[in-house]
Structures are given as structure tokens and as C-alpha cells.
Design a protein around this ligand. Sequence first.
Ligand SMILES: [Zn+2]
Length: 229
Amino acid sequence: MGAAAEHASRPLTAALAAVALAAAGTLAVGAAPAHSAGCAGYVGLTFDDGPSTAHTPALLNALRANGLRATLFNEGQYAAAYPAQVRAEVSAGMWVGNHSYTHPHLTQETQAQIDSEISRTQSAVAAAGGGTPVLFRPPYGETNATVRTVEAKYGLTEIIWDVDSQDWNGASTDAIVQAVGRLGSGQIILMHEWPANTLAAIPRIAQTLAAKGLCSGRISAQTGRAVAP
Ligand SMILES: [Zn+2]
């Protein structure tokens, strides 16, 4: 992009940021501040497979206590079963994404089945008060042209990850913290809401990011990268 185009985009970017801040101010009641002034860059923390009454409340408490925000890729079946937890996620300043309804291997399903998995989750999250998702993470990170066709139908941006914490595979708390330490600005890490080691890692994740001048951000549906909230 040339310098002229870059300069021309600045007033619009500033205006959008102002609108976003105004909107956030009305929504994120009690959410931790973004600390944007001290952020050299942003990373996308993601936690999959919720919500649940067993794990979501503790995760949200830990994230808020440590000034972190994250994207939570919910399964539709659990959003439907635990709508209050979806609302709690939003109230805690988190963003809710679509992680399919029943967590199948989508690349082994027909387009109609994929459509059902995605559309029912869009509806379940919205009905619970989580808004209509704009981000989709296919289970196991497995995708193909058919999956992408359905994502496009629902206006969803596919989000995989740059770093896999391996928390689903028994990674230690130390290993999860070290994985976060490998994140660069704009990058996204895969974690889950259910491993005990992940919950235990939250305070040290916050310390690790702060030491690098990085903050937790939202994931842009336009770019698929982590950006300022
Ligand atoms: Zn999953």
C-alpha cells in the first residue's frame, strides 16, 4: 500500500476506534481495562469447548482478576444448555466464537451436516445473549473447501492458531506458560477451558505477556489477527 492510501485511512481508523470505544463502554461493565497505552502489541488468547458450569466461572474469574480478555469458542450444544454462562462470558468482557454444535470432524461430513453444525451454533449463541458470532474455529483445526463455503455463507472468519499450547494433550502449567511466551504481536494461541493446568497458568500468562509488552486483544474478523479490543 502506498503512503497516500496509508495516510488517507487514518481518520477513518480513528473514527472507528472511537466508535468501538464508545460501544465497549456501554457493554463491558466491570470488565478489566484494556491498558492500551502500555501495549506494544496484542495477542489472541482462545479457550475452546465451553461453556460449562464446571469450568467457565473459574476461567472467567481468573481472566478478569489478571486483566486478560479472550475469545471463547463455544460449542452450540453447550451454549444451548448453559445460556447463563454465555452471558457471563460477554459480561466478563470476552468475545464468543462458534466452535460447531457437537464438535465433529467436519471434513468427514456432508455440506448439509456442516451447515447444520454451524447454523445451529450461530442461533444458540445468539439466543443465549452472546451475539451472532463472526469467528469460527473448526474442531481439531480441520477444514476444507466445503467447510469454508459454509463459513462464508454465515459471514464467519475461520480462525485456527499460530501456537498450540498442547493443553488438551496434558501439557504442564510450565509448558502452557512457555507456549504463550512464544507468541508474537497479532498471533493466536489455542487453549481450552477444561484443563486444570490451563486455569492454573492464567496468572503467569498475564505476567509473561506483560513482560513482553503484549496485551490480550480481540481477534479481527477482517484480518484474523489479534488487535486492540
Ligand atoms: Zn474443540
